[in-house]
Design a protein around this ligand. Structure first.
Ligand code: CP
Length: 305
């Protein structure tokens, strides 16, 4: 099975079979990483460019390492050090990169739809590494890989997503992906940060964090975007953590074998307490390793088919 599109722009328009294909490939890649057998020449001669208009630690580095582990040539550009600062448009920047014999462009941009725009203007395959409030598909894929490894299957898995659903591209990609794969997703957070149409994603809007967590197999926290506080979306960080934070107390309501996840970066003591982040149920470190595997899988599939 090949992917229907040569680009990966989101999980909204991708089938469960395609998701399964990517995750199965990623499982093999993760086995290679864990066996310290990660270096190969599979992508020799392929060129991957990461074009990041927003800061990143995990996504950018894991794409870079994924490409290098597979033998590709990888180069990074950030907006601040590129000719974007001289007024060059996104399309002109992308076309310039494309003319240097590149095969894959990985882009993160603060505007929703930026990857879609460049995919229509260049020959290289485009991977969305996070576009505005829209999607972060590789994050949701690595989250799903981690859940499958720990729980066996996504079908019927009860997943609670807690926090700023409205502005979160991670939440959006996970809602599209998890529901397609048969998971039962509930969401909770400050009412100002839950979109009114959220149930159209096929998820349940819980009345409270406790309700969402009750019986959950996986509890996923989301990063609070601190700039939202200034815009009056919630009163204070202290109130946020006491009403919407994930802690040992409210986790007692979850399934006894619950796992806790967070895409990172975490605001310690806000979205979740430090003992939860570092606790035995936390998969946050595991998610990082899955991230390299998923990105290796995608680069392999998108260049080799
Ligand atoms: N989860 C995530 O996208 O992290 P970075 O912003 O560090 O890439």
């Amino acid at each position: 099975l090949k992917l229907k599109s040569k680009h990966l722009l989101g999980l909204k328009d991708i089938s469960p079979e395609e998701i399964t294909y990517i995750l199965d490939t990623a499982k093999n890649m993760k086995a290679r990483i864990l066996k310290c057998d990660k270096k190969s020449a599979d992508l020799k001669g392929q060129t991957v460019i990461t074009l990041f208009y927003e800061n990143s630690t995990r996504t950018r580095l894991s794409f870079e390492l994924a490409g290098k582990y597979l033998g590709a040539d990888v180069a990074n550009i950030s907006a601040s050090s590129s000719s974007v600062t001289k007024g060059e448009t996104l399309i002109d920047t992308a076309r310039t990169i494309d003319r240097m014999a590149t095969n894959v462009v990985v882009i993160r941009h603060n505007m929703s739809g930026a990857p879609h725009l460049i995919s229509r203007n260049i020959k290289s395959a485009v991977i969305n590494a996070g576009d505005g409030m829209n999607e972060h598909p590789t994050q949701a894929l690595l989250d799903m890989l981690t859940m499958i490894e720990k729980k066996g299957s996504l079908k019927g898995l009860r997943v609670a997503i807690i926090g700023d659903i409205c502005h979160s591209r991670v939440a959006r990609s996970n809602m599209w992906g998890l529901t397609k794969m048969g998971a039962l997703v509930s969401v909770a957070g400050p009412p100002t940060l839950i979109p009114p149409y959220v149930e159209s994603f096929g998820v349940k809007q819980a009345g409270s964090v406790k309700e969402a967590i009750t019986g959950a197999d996986v509890v996923m926290g989301l990063r609070i975007q601190l700039e939202r506080q200034k815009s009056g979306m919630f009163p204070s960080l202290r109130e946020y953590s006491s009403v919407f934070g994930i802690n040992q107390e409210n986790l007692k309501l979850a399934d006894k074998d619950v796992f806790v996840m967070h895409p990172g970066p975490v605001n310690r003591g806000v979205e979740m307490t430090s003992d939860v982040i570092d606790g035995e149920n936390s998969l946050i470190d595991e998610q990082v390793t899955s991230g390299v595997a998923v990105r290796m899988a995608l680069l392999h599939i998108m260049t080799k088919g």
